[in-house]
Write a protein that binds this ligand. Structure first.
Ligand code: CMP
Length: 500
């Protein structure tokens, strides 16, 4: 008795086994449930047809029975394929490429088809050899398909493209989501899916973005900007390089460090590029945009604007009177800002106006480090708009000490005592601030040295908060140290500003 003839006798066992397989796959191969259900349905329908035609001896019934058997076998083999590739292999830690699964299952289906044909006395080899035309037609039409299958297998086995890679082919730029037997699917950032025949990938040159042997996945980006020739290139390069290297910008790699280069002497401006390494290739434009805001803020802080095209014509009524009125408005605003700062509550109007005249605007982008713990101080800052955090680095751990918002001041401890910065202040949103240097404060304090006492009280309060974190002080110990801290700080201020 042949295998095919014995199938009806074992029908119940086979149906039971496929039923059990169905349950197993529904529970374990969650991503393939739909396909499992379709295969099982086809199997059930084929069994129904086989049962109905089994006892019938007519020629039509015989063909229907054989076809049902063939289809039921294909459905069963598909389920077994899912079991093997999607359940068993992943269980032992191996996830084969999709194309390998597709091709293996297709080969097994083909083998089953040939086996069934032979069981019914049809010799495929005979048909193919006797019908040269059929062989030629099949061979010809399969040429492209076979080319794609082989190219797909080659791409997958030599790892030239892996699922998840970002590739650029022609002007298409996207992430590889899967390689099937005929094509490789690439998803772009614009939510398009590009279907690229495997043979095209095999024959053409393509770029795998951000991949370099032994290095983490990161891709160098170029952010261009122009600055007028009036400003020294070395100043621009240093300011931008330093700002980008110091800032905490999401998705910008720390190594290799970002840098800035001057790339061209253009018509009326120098053309610069900031280069950085992007760690998440899916978020390129938003990260470029973050980097641009840092470039803009870094240049603003040293008084360098981005260039305006030489042919642009600005017509403003910028008379002497107009300029004076604008300066007056700015001064008044700065005076109002200073008036609201606790540190300067002991200053009178004249002193505040004197300080207001020397305030300078300083912009920071999110992630910029405004003051770095341990560094030398040149300015104190008054935060006009935005949010910043005071972070203390202790024993390799960083701890948030305070949050600073509009109207708060910072950077006074080091500027007034001459000591290194006690903490790091980080911009957690875009920050607009005013800065004040020692020279401007010196003039005011020289005229009325008693100001130093009021200021030292505020400094001592902040100092005690830092000490309680650094030395784990309780409230009582903190209060005890406050008075001695204040006289200590006052001494330092007087000494640093050479006050009587
Ligand atoms: P400076 O040491 O110059 O630089 C870091 C700044 O963080 C410091 O001055 C203070 O302005 C600020 N800072 C430190 N501790 C506190 C705190 N407890 N509350 C608010 N700001 C603080």
């Amino acid at each position: 008795m042949t295998f095919i003839q014995s199938v009806p006798q074992h029908a119940l066992q086979i149906i039971g086994a496929v039923g059990a397989l169905f349950l197993l796959l529904i529970l374990s191969a969650k991503n393939d449930r739909k396909w499992v259900a379709i295969c099982t349905l086809i199997f059930g329908a084929s069994c129904g047809i086989a049962y109905a035609t089994f006892r019938d001896t007519g020629p039509f019934a015989e063909i229907a029975f054989a076809t049902a058997l063939l289809v039921a076998g294909i459905a069963t083999l598909s389920l077994l394929g899912i079991l093997f590739f999607k359940v068993i292999l992943p269980l032992i830690g191996f996830t084969p490429p999709r194309i390998l699964q597709d091709v293996s299952v297709a080969m097994i289906h083909l083998a089953w088809g040939i086996f069934c044909l032979q069981a019914y006395g049809v010799s495929l080899a005979g048909i193919l050899t006797t019908s040269a035309v059929l062989t030629a037609v099949i061979g010809f039409s399969m040429q492209d398909t076979l080319g794609n299958i082989l190219a797909g297998l080659a791409i997958q086995t030599d790892h030239s493209i892996r699922v998840g890679d970002w590739i650029k082919i022609d002007d298409i730029n996207g992430r590889v989501v899967e390689t099937r037997w005929r094509f490789t699917a690439v998803e772009t950032r614009n939510w398009e899916t590009i279907i690229i025949p495997n043979s095209v990938l095999m024959k053409n040159r393509f770029l795998v973005l951000g991949r370099r042997g032994g290095e983490p996945l990161q891709w160098r980006r170029w952010v261009w900007f122009n600055v007028d020739y009036r400003y020294e290139p070395s100043k621009v390069i240093n300011a931008v390089t330093e700002a980008l290297q110091k800032a905490e910008i999401q998705r910008v790699a720390k190594e290799p460090k970002p840098n800035c280069v001057m790339m061209e002497f253009a018509e009326s401006y120098g053309r610069y590029a900031a280069r950085y390494w992007l760690t998440d290739l899916a978020v390129d434009d938003p990260t470029d945009s973050e980097v641009r805001t840092h470039i803009y803020a870094a240049l603003q802080r040293i008084g360098i604007p981005l260039s305006i095209p030489a042919h642009a014509l600005f017509v403003t009524d910028d008379t002497e009177k107009h300029r004076a009125a604008k300066t007056e408005r700015d001064r008044e605003h700065q005076y109002q800002v200073l008036k609201g700062v606790a540190l300067f509550h002991s200053l009178n109007e004249k002193e505040l106006r004197q300080l207001a005249a020397s305030l300078q605007e300083a912009l920071f982008a999110r992630g910029d480090i405004i003051t770095q713990q341990g560094s030398v101080a040149h300015n104190l800052y008054i935060l006009e708009d935005g949010l910043a955090e005071v972070v203390l680095l202790n024993d390799g751990l960083s701890k948030k000490v305070a949050e600073l918002k509009s109207g708060d001041f910072f950077g006074e401890m080091a500027l007034l005592t001459g000591e290194p910065r006690r903490a790091t202040v980080l911009a957690v949103s875009p920050v607009k601030s005013y800065r004040l240097d020692k020279h401007s404060l010196q003039a005011v304090m020289n005229a009325r040295p008693v100001i130093a006492e009021e200021i030292s009280r505020i400094l001592a309060q902040r100092q005690s908060e830092l000490n309680s974190i650094l030395h784990n002080l309780d409230e009582e110990a903190k209060a005890k140290r406050l008075a001695s801290d204040q006289s200590d700080i006052l001494g330092k201020i007087k000494n640093f500003f050479s006050l009587e």
